[in-house]
Ligand binder design. Sequence first.
Ligand SMILES: *[C@@H]1O[C@H](CO)[C@@H](O)[C@H](O)[C@H]1NC(C)=O
Length: 260
Amino acid sequence: MAFFHHILLLLLLCSCTVKSAELWAQYCNDNSKISSPQQSANIDNLLAELVSGTILNGFTTNSFGKGKDQVFGLAQCRGDVSSKDCSICIQDASKQIRKLCPDQSDARIWYDYCFIKYDTEQFFGQVDTSIGIFFYNVENVTDPDSFNKELGNLADEISSEAVVPGNKGLGRAKKKLSPFLTLYALAQCTRDLSPLSCAQCLATAIGNFPTFCDNKKGCRVLYSSCIVRYELYPFYFPLDPDETLGNMPMTYYHSIVQKP
Ligand SMILES: *[C@@H]1O[C@H](CO)[C@@H](O)[C@H](O)[C@H]1NC(C)=O
């Protein structure tokens, strides 16, 4: 009896403390087919290096192989997540990206807590807004005018914070809209970008708010160089004592937009 009791306790602990990472989206460029078994092996080796580098530093760029089989990669965790969540996320992402994009040498994967991209071209330091993935809550806010004004203020705040050297490309801000409603916003650039390039990426991302996020209760714009997100519930760290992480509402939709 005591034995079973023990097992049950362990299971409960496991399901409570090990929260698996949340996969949001992937992009596999079908114009980039893996050209040789060597290149495929290079991607696996690159991913292993990206994982270990990200577990150490939260961000890393690397390349693997030579000549036409060479691949370049970038991996990063969101600047506010714990090293444990980062480690779980990046390991999961490195496995999933190969499963989801098995034949492509240009691939990206976005998780809640981390991001990976690899390509045959060297892309470090360049702003990439070629692929945009938009998630939006179909529910509308009730008072668009005041909401959009506060959202605009938060967008400015998170952008200014993200471009400050030393902030790891991360900006967070929140604003109490009423005693019961708080708006949370987050910006994250990849850490290979200069402040100017980060600002440029975020301006493009936030520039989509009027089209894709118009009056929506929540929205996420995902690019390969930056992401911007806002919600009416807590989703970034650290949490205040009275806050608990929210979950993605069932009313979220997403679409992928590729620049012509
Ligand atoms: C939100 O507003 C848009 C534009 O007015 C409308 O088309 C849409 O149906 C609304 N969504 C909901 C869930 O009410």
